[in-house]
Design a binder for this molecule. Structure first.
Ligand SMILES: *[C@@H]1O[C@H](CO)[C@@H](O)[C@H](O)[C@H]1NC(C)=O
Ligand SMILES: *[C@@H]1O[C@H](CO)[C@@H](O)[C@H](O)[C@H]1NC(C)=O
Ligand SMILES: *[C@@H]1O[C@H](CO)[C@@H](O)[C@H](O)[C@H]1NC(C)=O
Length: 632
């Protein structure tokens, strides 16, 4: 342990030296694997919402450089709306306060980012971040801003440096924007661009070449994944990034409704992608990550192929320490509301599921406990280098004081979205009702005939007379889906505001509009496709356990033959969690588990398996965890 910090320092010095010497031999970028292990760093969103200034950013970056870089935290990322002026009337869904250049591209707000004056963009910030030995990341939204579309700015042709011309004319923002694909949760902010048009691709390329020219090392591309999926834009942006000489880590957001099927369409194009709604400091936000992390690990997506390297399901930032509230303009600032056990549980799951670790608290006020848990050397070793990370099915939990752990199970149905190519998406059928009415019902996978099917009523779109006729053309064959005919509430595909991991439910109904988010089309193969995301609706049977999540366990192996075993107590009851050593022998085909020696990371307790009567057990507190590192 004593050697830990000096060893890492010399590691960094050596690494820097190696990097410098090979780069002077013209190492090509393709020789370095991008995101070979889960990216690690700091992001401004949890502690500053959108209003961070250059000064606050550097105060944090300097602390990352001094205290966290030695623990592998290397990215510092400015989260959303860095181009929005922080003035009266501006907020996270306001229109008209953004700084854009003559080509409709976002430029840092010079009021908050003084070094961006004189057309510098973020280049001075990136330079300074690099001088701190760190990498610089920025958040960007899908497509093009409404402000650029309203101003109808010309498109820059990155090949010529002049306005984009094709078919004898100059192309403008309105030619490439798709207003019916405005970001569902920031409807005034951004909309998709048509990547089938040369001008649409030129616009996206002009953005990403500019970010690269500024010296950006990571882009967090938002409103393109989960229920906001925009596969065309992800595919094209990935192509642009893959052609750069300079490696740019490609991160996708947000993640409500993300499924392994959806991830398999993009994992090879990116380096990390969110798999839940936003994670805040509530236990109800932490808990859904257990199922999601298990599903992505079962689909072998942890560390799968990615853009010029690997890709990682991202469980979201760590909202520990001094933070603020979602989407606010200014404070309140407060300490994380998770209990210490819950924070330990969260970092342990994030580590053993190999999620990117992006710390979200304001580092100027980091406390010793938070610093301790985000820099634990065993956890960081597991996060970077462990293998075969999976949920472990052999652990058992015992309620100690009360009656036997009687799990009350009930089944509920929840509407979800998934890739339309999934077989399980084709469970819908239309039924005729009286008075020419039709409803669409989910027939797939009902447990028994007595169960009431999930149905929604089809309603013709009602166009206002003053609406553009092109809408009628665009939405031919599409329908609103309403819960009952009297109600003027239509089924949404994607949440209309940013949602947290616990709030996310699809199948919400909101006042009917002509947003593509509420347009649905029934295909002849029984899939029901949403016009905004191109995803298809499914109905999932969810087993709701009255005893909440019960217990969970994860296992992984280390790069030097270690075995890591984590127990999590998600319940609200007293329990002992244990597994037999013979179950752990599965990881040692030669039957060697009894030769291992272990330490529980959070208590430092030593375990000698051959002295534990065939069991590895721990008393785990409410929402707490234990994690054993065995060297064998
Ligand atoms: C490396 O690249 C530079 C500039 O592209 C070139 O001048 C130099 O000869 C190259 N060096 C080697 C060893 O290939
Ligand atoms: C159903 O049909 C749609 C439209 O033709 C197609 O995109 C989708 O892949 C099909 N899905 C399945 C599961 O057959
Ligand atoms: C699980 O949580 C409860 C609190 O609800 C706690 O009393 C119990 O000790 C925990 N069980 C384990 C195994 O940690």
């Amino acid at each position: 342990m004593k050697c830990f910090t000096p060893c890492l320092v010399s590691f960094w010095v050596l690494f820097g030296f190696w990097f410098h010497s090979v780069s002077s031999r013209n190492l090509s970028v393709s020789d370095i694997k991008q995101a070979a292990s889960p990216p690690r760093g700091w992001n401004s969103y949890d502690s500053f919402s959108w209003i961070i200034s250059e000064q606050e950013f550097f105060q944090n970056a300097e602390i990352v450089s001094q205290r966290l870089r030695a623990h592998g935290y290397e990215y510092v990322v400015v989260d959303y709306l860095w181009y929005r002026k922080f003035v009266d009337g501006a907020n996270s869904n306001s229109l008209g306060f953004d700084v854009i250049d003559q080509w409709g591209r976002m430029v840092p707000d010079p009021g908050r980012w003084p070094s961006s004056h004189d057309g510098n963009g973020f280049s001075q910030v990136a330079k300074k971040v690099h001088s701190l030995g760190l990498k610089f990341g920025i958040h960007i939204m899908r497509g093009i801003s409404s402000q650029a579309v309203n101003a109808n700015t010309p498109i820059l042709d990155p090949n010529t440096g002049r306005a984009y011309e094709e078919s004898g004319r100059v192309w403008h923002a309105k030619d490439i924007a798709i207003p019916e694909r405005a970001c569902a949760w920031m409807s005034n902010g951004f909309m998709s661009v048509n990547t089938k048009l040369g001008a649409g691709r030129a616009f996206l390329k002009s953005l990403y070449l500019q970010y690269a020219a500024w010296g950006v090392d990571l882009v967090k591309h938002d409103c393109v994944f989960g229920t906001d999926l925009d596969l065309n834009e992800i595919t094209y942006v990935s192509e642009v990034l893959s052609q750069l000489n300079h490696p740019v880590t490609y991160s996708l957001s947000p993640g409500p409704g993300a499924t392994p099927a959806m991830a398999k369409d993009i994992n090879g194009l990116v380096n990390m992608y969110r798999v839940t709604g936003d994670d805040w400091d509530k236990w109800l936000d932490v808990e859904p990550h257990f199922d999601v992390a298990r599903d992505f690990s079962n689909a072998n997506l942890i560390g799968a192929n990615g853009l010029k390297g690997n890709s990682w399901p991202d469980l979201d930032m760590l909202p520990f320490g001094w933070i603020t509230d979602p989407g606010v303009n200014e404070g309140p600032h407060r300490y994380c509301r998770l209990t210490l056990k819950e924070q330990t549980t969260q970092i342990t799951l994030w580590a053993i599921a190999k999620s990117p670790l992006m710390y979200g608290g304001d580092l100027r006020k980091i406390d010793p406990f938070t610093f301790r848990i985000i820099t634990d050397p065993t956890l960081l070793e597991i996060n970077s280098f462990s293998l075969n990370n999976k949920e472990y099915p052999y652990a058992r939990g015992f309620v100690r004081s009360k009656n036997e752990d009687h799990k009350v199970k009930k089944i509920t149905h929840s509407l979800g979205l998934t890739s339309c190519t999934e077989y399980k998406a084709s469970g819908w059928a239309a039924e005729n009702l009286e008075h020419d009415l039709q409803r669409i019902c989910w027939k797939g996978g009902l447990e028994n005939e007595n169960q009431k099917p999930f149905c929604v009523n089809k309603r013709q779109l009602q166009f206002k007379l003053d609406r553009d006729n092109t809408y009628q053309e665009k939405y031919r064959g599409k329908n609103h889906l309403v819960a009952t005919n009297e109600m003027r509430l239509c089924m949404d595909g994607s949440p209309k505001q940013k949602v947290t991991a616990s709030e996310f439910k699809i199948g919400t109904f909101s006042p009917c509009t002509l947003d593509s988010n509420q347009m649905w089309e029934l295909n002849s193969n029984g899939t029901l496709v949403n016009s905004y995301s191109g995803l298809c609706a499914t109905v999932n049977s969810v087993e709701v356990n009255a005893n909440s999540g019960g217990i969970r366990s994860w296992v992984a192996t280390g790069r030097n033959g270690e075995l890591y075993l984590a127990f999590f107590n998600l319940s609200e009851q007293e329990m002992t969690i244990e597994t037999t050593t013979s179950d752990l022998d599965r990881f040692f085909p030669d039957g060697g588990f009894h030769t291992c020696r272990g330490t529980e990371v959070w208590t430092g307790k030593k375990i000698v398996p051959k002295e534990t009567q065939g069991k590895i057990a721990a008393e785990v507190g409410v929402h707490g965890c234990a994690i054993f590192a065995f060297t064998c």
